[in-house]
Design a binder for this molecule. Structure first.
Ligand code: MSP
Length: 513
């Protein structure tokens, strides 16, 4: 069985400070990576920065800095953000690194050798903000300004000598590939958009620019700079040391399991990238998932629109795990979502503080008082106990397959329901009335503790720090978190001391309360 899992985020433009949209992609990728980690997969989780091209060159000029110097600084803020978000990424790639440049030039040479690249002249619309070429029918004019319909970014007319990639040649093979690999593009609605775009006819793609210098030169013609998207997409291979196909990383992790991206860059990942790979005869990634946007009001949050929300501010005010929980739960995965402070506070108070935090505290407080502070040893499960305990085992395979379908809603619903049922179980069983039947009292406490343990394991991919804090009750640490053990109803060690823990999540005083 394939127990290797390679997940990537988009590599972000270091043209300005990271915002909530970037944090969203990274946190969701981290959720999947951590889930696979606790399910005993070898995980390679890649993120990084996309540093070449006119967009970055212009941003650097604006800041009065050399592009490399500029990128060094801003790329560092993205690296710092990975730490702040507690990402479990195993690599952070920068496209200005030598390992990357080598791979890009190698891929170019392969495409050229296979007669998929030719020299000609380009004339057409270009958006520097999107680093994308647009056809006439993709442009509209608003207040005398030409803009791209899809992204609303300004376009400029360019005419210059350019190398072209024979994208048109790959139209049929791409359609064939989508047909044979129905899960390659998700979610379904986005897949249909891509397929109709490809069906409408693919034109050859300009893949070099001559009028600026900030990028990777075309091998044997350094007057041309390789198109920044051909450069950027290749990061997924350069991080595995391609073209050395015999090295462990490549052997284990290519083809990538999933490229997680925002829907704005689906065309690059679901059309251009597979076409480049088909042309280079490299195996295609298994899946591209285009998630929705974090909106600001009705609009996409983006630096160029100036409507950004700083993740660091939210983290400072509420803590990291509440933000992670909120983004995973409240932004229905695949759709657009808003960040509402009110909803965030509700999540903290009801789900995290009340349902999870209180469950942990009341069960351990009761055990400390009534079970000598130990995990009860003498227990005898009854059907009520087994009913709630066995749910985890019964759902384990479904949980796994839902995660492989990126159905985050199922996962979070399972957790929220389990928390609700666990609290209800403890109330209904009334262990405080069982002081004359110690085996029953012990069994209820043991069952409740087991549920806290199982739920904490499931919460680990979402709120790792808080889950680890809760698992201190049992002296468990990160290495002990194994998903498969949620099937085991007697995992926590009987007779061991229970550790008191601090409040897991502090309640927020709501302004309107
Ligand atoms: N550099 C390219 C990607 C190259 S990948 C080979 C790029 N960078 S970006 O900085 O603009 O970031 C793009 C990604 O950030 C989006 O695809 C998405 O994953 C995330 N987001 C940026 N703004 C976003 C929102 N407002 N909402 C959700 N995610 C968004 O494009």
């Amino acid at each position: 069985m394939d127990k290797n899992f390679y997940i990537t985020t988009p590599i972000y433009y270091p043209s300005g400070k990271p915002h909530m949209g970037h944090a969203y992609s990274s946190i969701i990728a981290d959720f999947f990576a951590r889930f696979k980690l606790i399910d005993d997969y070898n995980v390679h989780f890649l993120t990084g920065t996309d540093e070449h091209g006119l967009k970055i060159q212009r941003s650097a000029e604006k800041a009065g800095q050399k592009p490399k110097e500029f990128c060094d600084q801003i790329s560092q803020t993205f690296k710092d953000l990975s730490k702040t978000l507690n990402l479990s990424n195993t690599d952070f790639i920068r496209t200005t690194e030598d390992r990357h440049k080598k791979t890009v030039q190698h891929l170019w040479s392969l495409l050229e050798k296979n007669d998929d690249i030719y020299l000609s002249n380009y004339s057409g619309w270009y958006s520097v903000s999107d680093e994308a070429f647009y056809n006439d029918d993709e442009i509209e004019e608003i207040e005398g300004k030409k803009i791209a319909k899809s992204s609303k970014s300004t376009v400029e007319w360019i005419e210059e000598e350019s190398y072209f990639f024979r994208l048109s040649k790959w139209q049929k093979p791409l359609l064939e590939f989508y047909k044979n690999n129905p899960d390659f593009i998700l979610p379904e609605s986005r897949k249909n958009e891509v397929i109709s775009f490809v069906k409408s006819g693919l034109k050859d793609l300009s893949v070099s620019r001559k009028t600026f210098t900030w990028g990777i030169p075309v091998p044997n013609n350094d007057k041309h700079i390789i198109y920044v998207w051909l450069d950027a997409l290749t990061n997924y291979l350069s991080a595995l040391n391609y073209p050395d196909t015999n090295n462990e990383l490549f052997k284990k992790f290519w083809p990538a399991t999933i490229h997680l991206i925002g829907k704005d860059i689906l065309r690059f990942h679901a059309v251009y990238w597979p076409a480049f790979l088909l042309a280079a005869k490299i195996e295609l990634p298994k899946k591209v998932y285009g998630h929705g946007w974090i909106l600001s009001g009705e609009e996409k949050m983006s630096k160029s629109k100036g409507n950004i929300l700083d993740p660091l501010k939210i983290i400072k005010e509420y803590g990291l795990d509440p933000l992670r929980y909120y983004l995973v739960k409240e932004v229905s995965f695949g759709n657009d979502g808003n960040i509402s402070q009110d909803r965030l506070e509700d999540c903290i108070n009801s789900d995290l503080a009340n349902n999870y935090g209180n469950l942990c505290q009341r069960v351990i407080a009761f055990a400390i008082k009534n079970c000598d502070g130990k995990i009860p040893a003498k227990i005898h499960f009854q059907s009520d106990d087994l009913k709630i305990l066995n749910k985890f085992q019964e759902n384990l395979d479904t949980i796994r397959s839902k995660i492989d379908e990126q159905n985050i809603n199922f996962y979070i619903d399972f957790i929220v329901n389990s928390l609700f049922e666990a609290n209800k179980y403890f109330n209904d069983q009334e262990p405080w009335k069982k002081k004359d039947n110690l085996i029953r009292l012990n069994t209820i406490v043991y069952t409740a503790l087991e549920i806290v343990r199982k739920i904490s394991f499931l919460l680990y991919p979402i709120i790792p720090e808080t889950s680890l804090k809760a698992l201190k009750i049992f002296n468990l640490s990160e290495k002990d978190i194994k998903l498969k053990t949620i099937s085991n109803n007697e995992f926590i060690i009987k007779g061991n001391m229970i550790n008191k823990i601090d409040i897991l999540i502090k309640k927020i005083e709501k302004k309107d309360d």
